[in-house]
Design a protein around this ligand. Sequence first.
Ligand SMILES: Nc1nc2c(ncn2[C@@H]2O[C@H](COP(=O)(O)OP(=O)(O)OP(=O)(O)O)[C@@H](O)[C@H]2O)c(=O)[nH]1
Ligand SMILES: [Mg+2]
Length: 423
Amino acid sequence: MKGIMLAAVSRFKTPRWFSSDLFLRCFLGHAAMRVELRFLAVSRSPGSALWSRTAAGVRNVSTSTTLYDNSRRKPKKREMSEKKLTRHFVDHRRVKLVAGSGGKGVCSFHSEPRKEWGGPDGGNGGDGGSIVIKADRFVKSLAQVVPVYKGEDGHSGSSKNCYGRNGSPTYISVPLGTVVKEQGKIVVDLAEHGQEYLAVFGGAGGKGNRFFLSNENRAPMTATPGTPGEERVLQLELRTMAHAGLVGFPNAGKSSLLRAISNAKPAVAAYPFTTLNPHVGIVKYRDHEQVAVADIPGIIRGAHLNRGLGISFLRHIERCRFLLFVLDLSAPEPWTQLQHLRYELDQYEPGLSQRPQAIIANKMDLPEAKEKLQTLKNQVTQRVIPVSALTGHNTEELILHLRELYDGYLQGHGSGTDKPIRW
Ligand SMILES: Nc1nc2c(ncn2[C@@H]2O[C@H](COP(=O)(O)OP(=O)(O)OP(=O)(O)O)[C@@H](O)[C@H]2O)c(=O)[nH]1
Ligand SMILES: [Mg+2]
């Protein structure tokens, strides 16, 4: 050991070793590189036991250079858990909007040497800033919307006929598919990128005394204050916009199915109400057409009476152009699930369950599923697509049928303005 250490020291002093170290430092481009001398010494003696370790590539050299860091693959962003997502995903907000007040008009008189009667020169105040709600496709939830917005006030006028500056408008960015309501009534539906709704007008600026100059009154002393801005309380509601919505009881396998047919990765677990927020996945076709499919949290009997996760998620279904009813074939009577789902949808909005639809019989890999499928087919008139989200069996038929529904929808409404967004 002593010999090895001595060898290391003697090697350390040789100019050849020194120059190679310099080269290494230059190559990595940073001075913060630590080379463990002792190991280097050992690895350099060919007879040592550690030689083979070095040759195998396990190098006890610790580096901390920017170059090295950049060359390493950055770790993938971790998926957000459903619980965290619920905290971040906000789909309704109540906001109070107060537009900016108008600036004050000013009372002043022109003052200049040898100009005794300069006359009134008080300028008007600027208008208050309005508040505009704007749809932005880069915004994904209403989480950043705060409860109260106050517009910028207009600036006061000043002497020499100077008008005050108008308050700048305040923009509230909301996701596409935000519905603005006032006292329960829909005011506007912001469905397109860049669509704006001027929610509250700013107050008008006050008048300066110059405004009141007339032949009857050559020296008006009147100047008015600006009017206060408009005030409104609005509800913002986000409705997921997708072409197809997966509707089913908890645990039916909706999230598993979305995972199987699209790029989305919603959480899957063997307990009800795993999904707490809608997830949207994209099904891509060879001709570059994309169909957005939304996984909607499970619905139970009495959802319209706010049971389970309540009606808050039924509104997301409202925005889907066609429905995919997912039935759990491990349930004793899967066809009753269909009746209950339809009933809940109709209770929320009459006729909602009549949208173009497909019935998906999930969990076909289970042994008793085949018999139940036959009974289900006898009970319903619509097409039933048997699949297994777990094994991926027959998902192609579902993907093809989805495209048929989508093409049918485009033929009917393609040119309309209510086209779902391209995700
Ligand atoms: N055997 C079998 N199990 C499945 C299949 N699809 C889903 N499952 C299982 O069913 C359970 C529920 O699946 P999820 O996809 O979370 O169901 P969900 O409908 O999204 O449930 P909620 O989010 O609670 O509404 C999980 O344990 C899945 O592994 C299938 O095709 N076959
Ligand atoms: Mg789920």
